[in-house]
Design a protein around this ligand. Structure first.
Ligand SMILES: [Mg+2]
Length: 232
């Protein structure tokens, strides 16, 4: 119980993390997910499953029910799936492959907007994720979050009058963000093509991207059309 209280009131608390991110009030903002958006989550997770006598069956876009014991072919119970997910983050957050073009496109976008990484991963792995981002030239503020991302997105997006963009692979996050921060432009992106084929565009998203160059072009086009140009 005390650990729970510490989580809520300590360095990991969402309010504490958000208070440390400074947002410029008239600069466009990009809030981006990490797993399956900046890092090749599924590629590494499949390797981790194989190393632990399990496999992903590629039936649908979800982990629970789709991870099988290699020997029996039976779906693992949800607590075992969670254990494998936690050990994956513990062992591989620092070393996950980066998604093609993500660093270069973020560098380009950072010339005209501020960028925050909003990642649902266990709080103890936040430093490893920050280091991995730095390794790949993506030294942007990183917030570790649990559950819905809507509160964090609403808080961050409320601090700028300029356009705000949100990128995530999960349709659930798009729906929850749309419910309380509908002005945020929502981009649905699943970097793993095989995983992406299992799911259509998220209903609550404005755009489904196939790769980072498409994301970059979409955002730049939106900014060109929606931000005032300074007179020459
Ligand atoms: Mg993700």
């Amino acid at each position: 119980m005390s650990a729970h209280i510490d989580e809520k009131s300590g360095d990991h608390a969402l309010e504490t993390q958000l208070s440390k991110v400074s947002i410029t009030s008239d600069r466009p903002l990009l809030i981006t997910d990490a797993d399956e958006v900046l890092f090749a989550f599924m590629r590494g997770f499949e390797r981790h499953l194989h190393a632990n006598d399990a496999l992903f069956n590629w039936e649908s876009f979800r982990l629970n029910g789709n991870i099988l014991a290699r020997k029996t072919g039976e779906p693992l119970p949800n607590p075992d799936v969670r254990t494998l997910l936690m050990s994956y983050f513990e062992q591989h957050t620092r070393s996950m492959d980066v998604v093609d073009h993500a660093p270069a496109m973020l560098q380009q976008l950072s010339l005209r907007m501020q960028i925050v990484v909003l990642s649902n991963l266990p709080h103890p792995q936040r430093p490893a994720r920050a280091a991995a981002l730095q390794d790949h030239g993506m030294s942007f503020p990183i917030i570790s979050n649990e559950g819905s991302k809507a509160d964090a997105v609403a808080h961050l997006s409320g601090q700028t009058t300029a356009p705000v963009f949100f990128i995530d692979d999960s349709p659930t996050h798009h729906r929850e963000v749309a419910e309380i921060a509908d002005h945020v432009v929502r981009i649905h992106f699943i970097s793993n093509p095989r995983l992406g084929d299992l799911l259509g565009p998220a209903e609550a998203s404005h755009f489904r991207a196939r790769d980072w160059p498409e994301i970059c072009a979409f955002i730049e086009d939106h900014l060109d059309r929606h931000t005032e140009t300074t007179p020459a």
